[in-house]
Design a binder for this molecule. Structure first.
Ligand code: SAM
Length: 366
């Protein structure tokens, strides 16, 4: 598997993009202006982040803010299972692959001749499926592949992805072909259907058989009632405030007034999901918790709470596993938050506009 990154040739244009495009005196009120919400969720999100992240990130916040409000970068997760001339051409554009994984299964290359700005989608998605109907790459925030890497799946491992849809990280896991058995779950039935479509578009049928893969759609917080002490690796990539989405899209936004309760209860749900993941792991097994928010109460706060609950209520002893080796490997590609006392976090930056992604890895001792 390889991951291609769009280079930042359009940096100046991005900075320009965050200023209003029309001079104030020329702006016309939209016809439906009166029906628009007075406080759009994106604006509420920005107010909330300004208040909380400026205190948390200090001097770093203004540059993170600009990056979050600018055009994001994408990475193309190249599909090892696809045999397409387009893919070969894309690979030819890349610099020499960098070894990311001891087994050499995770090459990452930066695109030298990058697709420019808005053409990126049409260029990427115009690629035709190969003769088996498999697509050549999956577009995602490049930093989103890190949790799958951090999970460090070894040959013969059984793996649970507790919140798997739409499936970017599951696809990355599948690409390694290390796992003996992969169990993918998501409580949303519609998103689970999308996950299935993604898998069928990227993986050969032989890898999607019942002895290698199970797809379920249950509430992940109840997983402990289904299977305990079972999996070598568990990925818990929880629902969160998805900071980039909250700042850019009013649709399906966690900061809309109707979702205040849901947003406030996120840390509780996240801790329950992580606890369920810990219970599902076997002794000696490892659990990777991840989010795409900078919010400490959804990141470190959740890990601390779940570890406490696991120890106090279930007698499970845990140990935090350092992700420093992974950070060192990627320090020239992503911008990591300095001095986090628990876990690691990719922080958006104009020169590397990926993330946010928070990750914390814990090992079950008993
Ligand atoms: C951040 S997304 C996961 C993204 C996915 N890992 C990927 O890489 O494409 C979080 C997912 O959690 C699911 N979810 C929300 N509540 C859940 C629950 N109680 N149990 C399981 N999944 C849940 C959502 O439907 C959503 O698809």
């Amino acid at each position: 598997m390889a991951l291609f990154l769009e280079t930042s040739t359009v940096l100046l244009r991005r900075i320009k993009d965050i200023r209003p495009l029309t001079a104030k005196r020329h702006r016309v009120k939209g016809k439906w202006a009166t029906t628009l919400p007075k406080h759009p969720p994106t604006r509420l999100a920005l107010q909330h982040f300004d208040a909380t992240y400026s205190a948390q990130l200090g001097d770093l916040w203004p540059s993170v803010r600009v990056a979050l409000l600018s055009e994001r970068k994408y990475g193309a997760l190249l599909n090892n299972f696809c045999h397409s001339p387009d893919l070969e051409e894309l690979q030819a554009q890349g610099s020499a692959p960098l070894r990311l994984h001891q087994a050499g299964l995770w090459p990452l290359a930066a695109v030298n001749k990058a697709p420019q700005g808005e053409t990126i989608w049409s260029e990427f998605w115009s690629i035709m499926p190969d003769k088996f109907g498999l697509l050549s790459y999956y577009l995602m925030d490049a930093a989103s592949v890190l949790p799958s890497l951090a999970l460090d799946v070894q040959a013969n491992h059984t793996v649970l992805d507790l919140c798997a849809a739409p499936g970017g990280k599951a696809l990355a896991l599948l690409q390694t072909q290390s796992a003996r058995f992969l169990c993918l779950n998501d409580s949303s039935v519609s998103r689970t259907s999308r996950l299935k479509r993604v898998l069928h578009s990227y993986a050969p049928k032989e890898l999607l058989t019942d002895d290698k893969l199970r797809i379920t759609s249950v509430d992940g917080t109840m997983w402990g009632e289904i299977e305990r002490n079972s999996f070598d690796r568990v990925l818990v990539d929880v629902p969160c405030t998805t900071d980039r989405h909250s700042l850019m899209e009013d649709d399906n936004n966690m900061f809309s007034r109707s979702r205040v309760g849901e947003r406030r209860s996120l840390p509780r749900l996240q801790a329950e999901l992580l606890l369920a993941g810990i219970i599902a792991a076997c002794p000696g097994g490892e659990v990777l918790y991840s989010t795409c928010t900078l919010c400490p109460s959804q990141n470190l706060g959740v890990v601390e709470r779940a570890v406490q609950l696991a120890e106090e209520n279930h007698g499970i002893r845990l140990q935090v596993v350092s992700l420093r080796p992974l950070v060192r490997m990627f320090q020239n590609t992503f911008h990591f938050a300095p001095d986090l006392h628990l876990g690691e976090m990719v922080v958006p930056h104009l020169a590397a506009n990926f993330g946010p992604i928070y990750m914390c890895k814990i090992r079950r001792l008993a």
